[in-house]
Design a protein. Structure first.
Length: 429
């Protein structure tokens, strides 16, 4: 399966990210630098070795091994149980360090490129190859160079396309192909790097000038968007391994569209803003099967993760008049199964699904406060969601591998009811 960058915690909600892309297909990565705050050491409550009554999995906070950077974001997980992400500290001018947590949970710092002082790991495949970015202050993470670390931790730069200045990766396939973005002057160009480091430009659709890749599979097919940065953008794209662009959505009434994920069989999920009589346009989820059949999942549907068999998860809004989204699973044929009703005034969101059909995500009933997030796991057989909360700690599940290992965030309480910091955490099956 494609191992992709987590749309975490950086977890800008999809609608926010979509609005940004629609506005200008900018070079802004979703992993935002931590906001400045007064430095403070985290106080982690003890985690029991066995689940508490009613809980399903024991939680373990992942140490960064860096006393000056106690906080962390997990951004990738492979089937060997390796987790990657980055460590950071509060405070203006603080740096971030790329971290690989080995299967035994021991942390290893992945070095930035020579002469640079910041790095973030953003994904890992089953071979242990890690992707991320490297840069030096005073430049920001948006002015970085894409990096591929070998399983042994050696960094290699993935250069931008000719004429561009910066690069960043977004996904790595099982075969080692990396998809990402090459940019200059705020203009993005989608790119794929082959295992030997050769950069392949992923062309925009005819008439467009910009492009952005979101995912890639082992054969080198990539998905993303193409546009000009003007109104009515972007357009969903599927790229062939040689970089040729094909429109994913051919409905002439589609105003905007996005191709978000692709698996090794060629199934694709995405969204499109389609015309609805009397309502203008509404966002529809789309699922194209490996056989090429495109399923319209209906309005107010947001699939955003895909497993090897073509099952998708995300969320949907069952009542257009009530802004409460519920976690959902879609079969390869586009049939929806509701996973969990949203809490009053809140929502549930499924963020990932493994090849056995186990889905993970979180419930959220405090907008915008994060202290009400609670991790969830849903088995393929259905039934009530299980709560990933053995200690009463606030948490949020993001990724699950084929062994059932869950990765997410442990939200740490600060002054009052604020939860300004978080650490990477795992729940063992």
């Amino acid at each position: 399966m494609t191992v992709r960058t987590v749309r975490t915690v950086r977890t800008v909600r999809r609608r926010t990210a979509v609005a940004a892309v629609a506005a200008a297909l900018t070079a802004g990565a979703l992993l935002a630098a931590p906001a400045a705050a007064t430095p403070s050491a985290p106080v982690l409550p003890a985690v029991p070795a066995v689940p508490a009554a009613g809980a399903t999995l024991p939680m373990t906070a992942l140490s960064t091994g860096l006393p000056d950077k106690p906080y962390s974001d997990p951004t990738g997980l492979n089937n060997a149980g390796v987790v990657v992400g980055y460590a950071w500290a509060s405070g203006q001018g603080s740096t971030s360090s790329a971290i690989r947590w080995n299967a035994d949970r021991s942390p290893a710092v992945l070095p930035p490129l020579p002469g640079e002082d910041n790095a973030q790991a953003l994904g890992v495949n089953d071979a242990g190859t890690v992707i991320g970015t490297s840069w030096s202050l005073p430049r920001s993470w948006a002015e970085a160079t894409a990096v591929r670390w070998s399983a042994g931790g050696t960094p290699t730069a993935l250069a931008p396309l000719p004429g561009d200045t910066y690069s960043r990766p977004v996904a790595i396939s099982a075969s080692g192909i990396v998809a990402g973005v090459s940019s200059h002057g705020g203009e993005d160009h989608a790119v794929a790097w082959r295992p030997d480091g050769t950069a392949v430009a992923l062309a925009p659709l005819p008439g467009d000038t910009r492009s952005e890749a979101f995912d890639v599979n082992s054969a080198g097919f990539a998905v993303g968007v193409s546009g000009t940065g003007g109104a009515g953008e972007p357009h969903a794209v599927v790229w062939s391994p040689d970089g040729t662009a094909t429109a994913f959505v051919t409905d002439p009434g589609a105003v905007r569209s996005w191709a978000r994920r692709i698996n090794d069989a060629g199934a694709v999920v995405g969204w499109a803003d389609l015309p609805e009589p009397g309502l203008g346009t509404l966002r529809h989820g789309l699922l194209r099967s490996a056989g090429g059949v495109l399923h319209d999942l209906g309005p107010y549907t947001y699939p955003d993760a895909l497993n090897s068999s073509g099952e998708a998860v995300g969320d949907y809004q069952p009542d257009p008049q009530v802004p409460r989204n519920h976690a959902a699973r879609w079969s390869p044929q586009g049939v929806l199964t509701a996973l969990d009703p949203a809490p009053p005034g809140g929502r549930t969101i499924a963020t990932d699904i493994n090849d056995s059909g186990t889905a993970v995500g979180y419930a959220w009933d405090g907008i915008p406060s994060r202290q009400y997030q609670s991790g969830r796991i849903w088995a393929r057989g259905g039934g009530a969601a299980e709560n990933l909360d053995p200690t009463g700690a606030t948490n949020s599940a993001r990724l699950v591998n084929n062994s059932g290992l869950v990765v997410g965030l442990w939200l740490l309480r600060g002054a009052g009811d604020l939860y300004p910091h978080h650490v990477a955490a795992v729940w063992r099956p």
